[in-house]
Write a protein that binds this ligand. Structure first.
Ligand code: 5GP
Ligand code: ZN
Length: 114
């Protein structure tokens, strides 16, 4: 169930390269191409859905996504804390319409976000 023109589906299919840091049954984690923190990893469901909200009726995939995000944070040594961001929709700052969670860490985070 991949979308042929979707950038992240192409990464899942290994049709374009990415620096993969972790994998699970339903999810994939790879480094953001334009990192906004010392650690900036994107964690995505392998199946194409537009945003994380669309996984609400898929609890196993949703749990798998968040488990992999936590595993990435541990693997990256973010024991002092990190930020998970899910931009949703154009006004929410989403530019790639394949669900993803940003895992950001390795520096103090500011609040409120921009
Ligand atoms: P969004 O704004 O949709 O929440 O985040 C999309 C993210 O995907 C951005 O942080 C952007 O840097 C990242 N990105 C865009 N194109 C690529 C790519 O080809 N490879 C990787 N690894 N990240 C990408
Ligand atoms: Zn996709």
């Amino acid at each position: 169930m991949s979308a042929p023109t979707c950038l992240f589906c192409k990464i899942v299919a290994e049709r374009i390269p990415a620096t993969v840091v972790a994998r699970s049954e339903h999810s994939l984690a790879f480094r953001d191409i334009d990192p906004q923190a010392p650690t900036h990893v994107l964690v995505i469901p392998r199946r194409h859905v537009q945003n994380v909200g669309e996984l609400a009726d898929a609890p196993r995939e949703l749990a798998d996504l968040f488990e992999l995000a936590a595993r990435v944070a541990a693997q990256e040594g973010l024991g002092r804390g990190y930020r998970m961001v899910t931009n949703t929709g154009s006004e929410g700052g989403q530019i790639v319409f394949h669900a993803h969670v940003h895992v950001l860490g390795g520096r103090p985070m500011q609040w409120p976000p921009g």
